[in-house]
Ligand binder design. Sequence first.
Ligand SMILES: NC(=O)c1ccc[n+]([C@@H]2O[C@H](COP(=O)([O-])OP(=O)(O)OC[C@H]3O[C@@H](n4cnc5c(N)ncnc54)[C@H](OP(=O)(O)O)[C@@H]3O)[C@@H](O)[C@H]2O)c1
Length: 307
Amino acid sequence: MDRTVVLITGCSSGIGLHLATRLASDPSRSFKVYATFRDLSTQGPLWEAAESRGCPPGSLETLQLDVQDADSVAAARARVTEGCVDVLVCNAGRGLLGPLEVHSADAVGSVLDVNLVGTVRVLQAFLPDMKRRHSGRILVTGSMGGLMGIPFNDVYCASKFAIEGLCESLAIQLLPFGVHVSLIECGPVRTAFQEKFQMGRGVVLDNVDAQTRNLFSQYLRHSKQVFREQGQDPEEVAEVFLTAMRDPRPALRYFSSEGILPLVRLRLSDPSGCSYVAAMHRIGFSDKPAHGPDGAGTEAGAGTGGP
Ligand SMILES: NC(=O)c1ccc[n+]([C@@H]2O[C@H](COP(=O)([O-])OP(=O)(O)OC[C@H]3O[C@@H](n4cnc5c(N)ncnc54)[C@H](OP(=O)(O)O)[C@@H]3O)[C@@H](O)[C@H]2O)c1
């Protein structure tokens, strides 16, 4: 039986690690997974997870792939022994948190380079072969931060909004090629993502005005609460990738949690943006339990802590 060849970026932790081992250990034994790493010295946790899940020999291989380096992307593609990838998962990503004025141009550039340009580099490397073969699935880890603005996540949201435009545009032109692009839109997921957040290295908040500092600490309290109470297990999110992968009629968007949807709908229902801005301000800067756009406690609070 021919196995489905899957290549995933960003497998050192979190969603990428869980998805790679979930697929490699699938009882159907129908996946060959290439789990890729910016830095191969971080592959230990993946192999520990693979062992505890009983991934059969040959179901999982690791490759170096830094989405910021086109040569490393090309080298990884050349090392896929099957010669082609059936499912490409663009998952690598990085956050940037804090008042906009504290971020250095380097920090901003690097988040955009990983999240947006890095995804483009990977797509440019693998898409031509999928188009030639008239077959392929592209899954991209999207975020509620790509569907709506989240305070103090401005640059991260800009990168993820750009990913929405990239994927939606590609999905349209790829229709005649039988290549499908799907975004897996995630709310808060309990991964190492927050620990790895760049907060503008070496930057202190001392030069930021007092009102912004106050809003930022209110937001941080709110965000921690949302992650604690509503953060999803990456294992749950991996199942959504599987659903998308197996869908005979692939959609452009899948949502990891229903909790994101009320805010998505609110945003669409008022194109002026006024309702969303007011609602998110109320939600993001409340010390009370997460509340919905109408001020009542609803599931709309889910995911409002970013990223
Ligand atoms: N966690 C959430 O709440 C959440 C919500 C919505 C969307 N997402 C998205 O989910 C994706 C995965 O994040 P996660 O939550 O699983 O966090 P994570 O555990 O921090 O995983 C991020 C992965 O991206 C990798 N990465 C960063 N820069 C890279 C580069 N230049 N080249 C290749 N890989 C690189 C990281 O590798 P290193 O360890 O080497 O840095 C890591 O393996 C991201 O795209 C993120 O935006 C996360």
